[in-house]
Ligand binder design. Structure first.
Ligand SMILES: [Zn+2]
Length: 172
């Protein structure tokens, strides 16, 4: 069962828990806050921070948003995988796992999944709460850096390995 494997990762447990909740649409996106009555309709409060014409649902923010799409496609390129964006996050998690050629690579891709989810969420929060605007390329860099940090912490590898570009997610 591929989704049970989501827990097997060097990513911090709070990040893994967030990814897991996201797959079940239980993270506090604006749409979920609207549904729970925490925020109210009107004034565009439920809208995506990157594209004002769309509600910020989980699938919008992490999958269909122009920002999310750019990040994912840049990351697919980095990983050297070809994935046509599937209709939902469950499928995407599955596609990414299936794109791996062996178990080790799969672990790396799973780590990258957590990094992308976490980086998008952080970029969104920074924009909402700190008015800090990140470009897509900066978010992509964040994904690469935190993927490396999480795996380096576990494998005790040298930072030089990442800086020289010699590190890739297959080493997780
Ligand atoms: Zn958007």
């Amino acid at each position: 069962m591929v989704f049970g494997k989501i827990w097997e990762s060097p990513a911090p447990s709070k990040v893994i828990a967030f990814s897991w909740q996201l797959l079940y649409d239980r993270v506090p996106t604006k749409v979920n806050l609207l549904l729970r009555g925490v925020i109210h309709h009107g004034g565009g409060e439920g809208n995506c921070v990157w594209c004002v014409d769309f509600r910020e649902s989980s699938s919008h923010l992490f999958l269909r948003c122009k920002m999310a799409l750019e990040v994912w496609y840049a990351i697919f390129k980095w990983l050297g995988v070809v994935i046509v964006m599937p209709p939902n996050l469950f499928h995407l998690f599955y596609c990414l796992s299936e794109a791996a050629t062996n178990k080790k690579v799969r672990n790396g891709y799973r780590l990258v999944w957590h990094s992308v989810i976490w980086s998008i969420w952080k970029a969104r929060n920074n924009r909402i709460f700190s008015n800090l605007v990140k470009e897509t390329l900066e978010v992509v860099e964040d994904v690469k850096v935190i993927s490396w940090k999480w795996s380096a912490a576990r494998l005790k590898i040298s930072p030089a390995c990442f800086m020289s570009g010699a590190w890739n997610p297959e080493f997780v």
